[in-house]
Write a protein that binds this ligand. Sequence first.
Ligand code: NAP
Length: 248
Amino acid sequence: MGPGLIITGAGRGIGAATALLAAQTGWRVVINYHQNRQAAESVREQIHDRGGYAVVYQADVADESQVSAMFAFASQQLAPIGGLVNNAGMLETSMRLEQMDGSRFDRIFATNVKGSLLCAREAVRYMSVRHGGQGGPIVNVSSVAARLGGPNEYVDYAASKGAIDTLTVGLASELSEDGIRVNAVRPGLIDTEIHQLSGDPDRINRISGHIPMKRPGSAEEVAHSIVWLLSDRASYCTGTFIDCSGGR
Ligand code: NAP
């Protein structure tokens, strides 16, 4: 069995698909979730049924003490910690900027940006060879919204993903001699439950026609890019991006 891998938001969607695929390639996985324990337990059961190993851990990635406790738990259960996927993320109802309430900026940036920073910081403390760790990869889940800007829907969410891209570039350089590669995947329109949060149930169908490949992607298609960046096959890749977006 390989080292421990923490995947945030791994009970559903892209995180769940990544947990299943990573476990198949030998990673022992911490399935982090926020509220939906049943979904996370279901992912753990599927991994165990296929001969892999995973544990479930509840933590709000925006909460510093909960993130620290999660890494301490992972280090106890699955040492050594050898990888992190910063996947947990959320958005809110689609609208123009002038209609937005400022409190949503706090929520979106707390989960998408502060959560990724806190988890990356803990990963460095456990994984860096500078601190006695064995090194390992970090993969951040950004979005093509970081490039496109999310106009008329959620420029706040897009701006939070822009921050993830900047974090990816800066941290990759900062950790280049720590044994830690930092890369990101930028999914396009992916068929998951996140779109329910936009308040536009038909969003996937409405946007699909504007994608060069004329369809949404699946969580599994994104997971393949993430798991490749986690692997030694990506050993000379750091500070870079895979756009998994059907040409968008
Ligand atoms: P999803 O199906 O809605 O799943 C989101 C996951 O994140 C859930 O497991 C959820 O936990 C977890 N989560 C949310 N807030 C959290 C918090 N504060 N602490 C810990 N976990 C939290 O979303 P998805 O589509 O798979 O999205 C995954 C990532 O891909 C996100 O970063 C998203 O921005 C990015 N992305 C998605 C798309 C897309 O089209 N789907 C496109 C570009 C980028 P619970 O299950 O407990 O609620």
